[in-house]
Design a protein. Structure first.
Length: 253
């Protein structure tokens, strides 16, 4: 699956999954713009075929800035990995903070929307887009209302974008990896208290996409010319919180 001559933009590039995707795409010959707000972590990705760009994907002006840079460098974009992942606090619905819900949905769903909105007009016909959703965008998880709602929304945006891009031959998919693969891999969205999440031992793995490299190879396949024309590529999982974890009605954590 050679990507020689292709131009790729990867957001959340300083995260483990984002960095793995940058590595795989670069090894296959793509020219990349690696985007993240963490400048120090981003700097280590710089290479002959990897340009870096510091941006916060939750800010429209920052999204426009990285799109403008990619177009200045290469005239357009062929491949886009729209990678944002902010889990948020673990709270039962009655105790889930309003502000945290808004922040988690904004960081994941609104940021994904902004990426699609500003990148798609510059994706060349026949290109490909992959959004980072989650297995929790397909199933539920007690205590993660904001994250689950946002990732369900990312799948909805993926379907809308896929339909809107059909006439231009642009394939739009989403990957839904197990949360284990994304523990502490939160892209470049908002942070804060919302970075806490269920402990790794609370996650039951039901699929083979357990490492950033596994997910990166799946993303690379979907972005390649051999990738299928689907709206979603699932890697299922479910979160099981231990009995007596205090997430019943009226409880806090």
């Amino acid at each position: 699956m050679s990507l020689t001559g292709k131009v790729a933009v990867v957001t959340g590039a300083a995260s483990d999954i984002g960095g793995a995707v940058v590595g795989v795409l670069a090894s296959r010959g793509a020219k990349l713009l690696a985007v993240d707000r963490e400048s120090a972590a981003l700097a280590v990705l710089a290479a002959d075929n990897v340009e870096i760009w510091v941006a916060d994907v939750s800010r429209p002006e920052d999204v426009v800035s990285y799109v403008t840079r990619a177009v200045e460098l290469w005239g357009g974009i062929d491949l886009f990995f729209n990678n944002i992942d902010v889990e948020g606090p673990v709270r039962a619905l009655p105790d889930y903070p309003d502000a945290a819900f808004d922040e988690v949905v904004g960081a994941n769903l609104r940021s994904a929307f902004l990426g699609l909105k500003h990148v798609l007009p510059h994706v060349r016909d026949g290109g490909a887009v992959v959004n980072l959703a989650s297995a929790l965008g397909v199933v539920g998880a007690a205590g993660l209302a904001g994250y689950v709602a946002a990732k369900h929304g990312v799948l909805g945006l993926t379907k809308v974008a896929a339909l809107e891009c059909q006439a231009r031959g642009i394939r739009v998919n989403a990957v839904c990896p197990d949360p284990v693969a994304r523990r502490s891999r939160r892209g470049s969205g908002s942070a804060g208290e919302n970075n806490s999440g269920p402990r790794e031992e609370e996650v039951g793995t039901l699929n083979e996409y357990e490492t950033p490299e596994d997910v990166a190879h799946l993303v690379a396949f979907l972005l390649s010319d051999e990738g299928p024309v689907h709206h979603r590529a699932d890697a299922f999982a479910e979160v099981r919180l231990p009995a007596g974890d205090g997430l019943g009605a009226g409880s806090g954590r």
